[in-house]
Ligand binder design. Structure first.
Ligand SMILES: Cc1ncc(COP(=O)(O)O)c(C=O)c1O
Length: 397
């Protein structure tokens, strides 16, 4: 064989697939820049990362310790430890007053693992699935990696950034959709859908034959009004949740789904093949986390206070335009009075004020250049210091 042909062929063995060509998370660049400042002796207020500063509930850590001392950590059933699935079903009764059969609960590797299973079980390659913008980027990137086509629907402040049935059906008329995914409370906006808005969206979707997926990872962190679960509104909806946020267990990688009954067995088969089961130690800890609710409620109170500090402090610091911070731990500020490039703005804020936040470009390819996401999952002192630093920086800019 000709040497050049062989070289081309061998080089081709090293190229990544087209489907793996998904964009990186810009927030990682901000984190790396913050680290550089800190290693040079700076003190950065971290508002870029969407994770709680607190540890997992004590009950969870204690249960994991006992399990570790107690013997082998084996595989579990692919759907999850049955006592955990039952405990999650009970959570729906306690928190929402709705009955969910434990047989419809599937334990997953965080909600991230749930998206993969849900999309594989619900969609074929080429299917079009609507997601809202601004929105959590991996929704669209996972869909793309699985060969589906994410359809971006812009939301506006008039609807508190909730997707409406009309907007969904308008997109569906243009080119038919197979599914729609919404999150409430939402990342990055922190906005929530009312029960009525969620009910009418589900009715519109199902009436048009569009499968409905509800990302409820920020449930429990609702401040404006109680979050409604799609599990109470339709047995055909697929609900995704996680122990990462309310329960402060990001690194334990455990979440769950409530799935329509006919999808249980297909998802079980997928999970058996893709990962066998979810890490056992994390499942044991997660079950015990439900007994640590008092601790978690105290942490939630901290977020309430942080939210108040920012909502009251940002306007006097110069950041006057932000969306209603209904839930989660995000405040999404419109910085278009200062810049048309939120990435540069975030970089400058980090360098000059030593406050790290995430540029909206990660979440919104259309208008993200006008927005910055602030996470308020750390201490109240950090929030007060951030307001002071931003006020000083914007005042001299
Ligand atoms: C809206 C949303 N969904 C899902 C996830 C994924 O979380 P996990 O895989 O830790 O459950 C995140 C993480 O930040 C998120 O913000």
């Amino acid at each position: 064989m000709h040497e050049a042909t062989l070289r081309d062929r061998l080089n081709h063995l090293l190229t990544a697939s087209d489907r793996s060509d998904v964009p990186p998370f810009m927030v990682m660049d901000v984190m790396a820049a913050a680290e550089r400042i800190e290693s040079a002796g700076g003190h950065v207020i971290h508002m870029e990362v969407g994770q709680p500063a607190a540890r997992a509930p004590k009950t969870a850590i204690a249960a994991a310790r006992v399990a570790l001392e107690g013997g082998r950590i084996d595989y579990t059933s692919a759907l999850g430890i049955s006592s955990l699935r039952e405990r999650i079903a009970r959570h729906y009764r306690d928190a929402y007053g709705c009955t969910v059969d434990a047989g419809r609960i599937v334990v997953t590797t965080g909600s991230s693992g749930a998206f993969i299973l849900a999309f594989l079980a619900m969609f074929e390659p080429g299917d079009r699935v609507a997601v809202t913008v601004p929105g959590y980027p991996p929704y669209r990137h996972i869909l793309t990696a699985l060969g589906c086509e994410p359809v971006l629907i812009e939301t506006s402040s008039e609807t508190r950034h909730a997707l409406t049935g009309e907007a969904l059906l308008a997109a569906h008329r243009k080119t038919p959709l197979k599914g729609v995914l919404v999150g409430s409370p939402a990342n990055p906006t922190g906005t929530m859908m009312s029960r009525e808005a969620l009910t009418s969206l589900i009715a519109a979707a199902e009436g048009a034959g569009i499968r409905f997926i509800s990302d409820e990872i920020y449930h429990g962190l609702d401040y404006a009004f109680p979050a409604a679960t799609a599990a109470a509104l339709s047995e055909r909806a697929l609900v995704i949740n996680s122990f990462s946020k309310y329960f402060c267990m990001t690194g334990w990688r455990v979440g769950w789904m409530v799935v329509p009954e006919p999808l249980v067995r297909p998802i079980e088969r997928l999970q058996q093949n893709l990962s066998i089961s979810v890490p056992t130690l994390s499942q044991i800890a997660a079950e015990a986390a439900f007994e640590g609710r008092d601790e978690m409620e105290a942490i939630k109170h901290g977020y309430v206070e942080n939210r108040r500090i920012l909502i009251e402090g940002f306007p006097s610091a110069g950041l006057t335009r932000f969306l209603p911070a209904d839930g989660a731990f995000y405040l999404y500020a419109d910085v278009s009075d200062f810049t048309s490039d939120s990435f540069e703005f975030a970089k400058e804020m980090l360098e000059k004020a030593q406050v790290a936040a995430t540029p909206g470009v990660d979440f919104d390819p259309f208008h993200g250049r006008n927005f910055i996401r602030f996470s308020y999952a750390r201490s109240a002192d950090d929030m007060r210091e951030a307001v002071t630093r931003i006020a000083r920086w914007l005042g001299t800019r």
